[in-house]
Design a protein around this ligand. Sequence first.
Ligand code: C2E
Ligand code: MG
Ligand code: MG
Length: 578
Amino acid sequence: MKTERKWLAEEDENKGHTAIAKIVEENRVLLSMNKALMDNDQFGILVTDLDGTVMEFNRTAENLLGKKADHVLGSYIGNIQEIGQYVVEALTAEKRFEKIHVFVGRKLEQASLVDTFPLYDEDSRLVGAFAQLHDITEVCRVHERFNYLTNYDELTGIPNRKFLESILAEWMGEDARYQDKGGLTVVHLGLDRFKVVNDTLGYADGNDVLKKIVQRLQSSLKTHELIARVGGDEFIIVAPYADAWENEQIGERLHTLFNEPFMIKGYEFHMTASMGIALYPDDASTPEDLLFKAEVAKSYAERNGKNQFVLYTKRLDFDSHERILLEASFRKAMDLNELVLHYQPKIDMKTGLISGIEALVRWQHPEKGLISPTEFIPLAEELGLISRLDEWVLREACEQNKRWQEMGFTPMSVAVNLSSSQFMSHKLIRLVETILKETGLEAEYLELEITETMAMNVNYAIPTLKRLNALGVQISLDDFGTGYSSMNYLTKFAIDSLKIDRSFIWNIEKGESDSIIVSTMIRMAHGLGLKVIAEGVEDTKQLQFLNEHGCDEVQGFIFSKPVPAEEIESQFLATLNG
Ligand code: C2E
Ligand code: MG
Ligand code: MG
């Protein structure tokens, strides 16, 4: 309210409002009120005598207050609503009131600004009171609109972040009404992959999706729960309670809202959301901190598979702190040449000699040492740096393989793992072609590993694999057994080999079922004319089993960990050449 008053006061000054007040004030005399002043239609003017009987009441006052001068003149000012009480106080207590904002007149929305003060004669004796009214209906309307725009989201009509923060501040303040009522729950809800919807549908329809989502969210809210939009596809839901059971309930409730698809232009869109939940007063004591904690939990939900809700715990803080540090240094890693390739040999089961090499990327961190790709590849994906990383690995591995050939070692293929975004990129075929050309490596000496999960979009995978195959490069299906490939599709994929996922190999000795799965995979692959590679082989029992069942190649710590290029040369390539 304070800021509002100030704003109105400034607005008024421009219109000479204070100037008139001054004239009256400076004279401090009510002699004969200038007729011109009284008829000034910009201001409503009202004068009473010492008893509060209305002596003057101009035309503008008539309009503003919706009362005829005939009725008001000679009557007691205290009977005039809203304004009367101030004038009476000016008379009885000689108080001054400036810029009081009141609603007057027949139409409730008509707002006026009032100045009221006592009037004195030459001897400084109180003789009456003066009130000046100013119509600010229009100003208020503008202000209301301005207020709406600064507090609400235009697209969806729900509160925006600013408004949300002020509400939270109010609810969490000193005499907060929720303090002793069990606290507050804040849910930060982010839509998963909304960007894809926007990209495929365009902004207008994307906005429609957002509106529909908000409607659905809103309709699920209970009394006293509130929703605000705090980013393009991010929302906050505030609920007035905070106990673990209720929190799971609200998480579940919001989560199930996304089970049904959203219809846009006759198409069904399945949307999911990641949510983080934080509690006041358990997790935070200020609105900013409460919102921050919910966001930390939401990013955790996003990073760990999306489409779920996560309750905030202190442990997440540590995670996010570590992550922020890691993120910052990863951005520089590529410029600083901190990425390195290590190589792991594939061993031919029959000869026991090296028959191929897999390139595996590592990050040589200046303080933390070697960091595994399972840690920084998801990071690179999120930071939008994955295509740069992929391209670097591809070029580096091809260059290295060419170098080995030039050194006179027996030529063999180098395998490079593709990330899913690289596999989905329309630039993939061109990139592979270009790099082969630039490095001078023949296509048959490059192998691309794609995971079974990446091939799940079969309509895309089948033609893409065909085109890669046509370039002459080898293709293998990595981590086989962890995805959902059906045999039916496997026959349609232009691939050369299957790599049985290491989890199956490790269980060979443990359970009968895994050994049956592995032997079946080998037979099945052979039936399709594919080569079979077992990864993660660590001991002789596993090796023996694989040998007995006709596995073609093995890869694993039993022969070598991934090592720098020089070690591959000295320990494997050199022996091959005799
Ligand atoms: P992957 O392609 O299935 O690679 C095999 C992983 O198993 C490697 O982990 C390797 O070090 C590990 N490994 C090999 N033999 C053994 C063994 O006997 N025992 C055990 N315990 N582990 C073994 P790494 O290097 O950490 O790579 C993990 C994953 O990261 C890779 O799985 C691959 O999916 C991905 N990756 C690695 N390098 C790249 C790359 O340059 N680009 C992309 N896009 N992904 C990469
Ligand atoms: Mg691999
Ligand atoms: Mg693998």
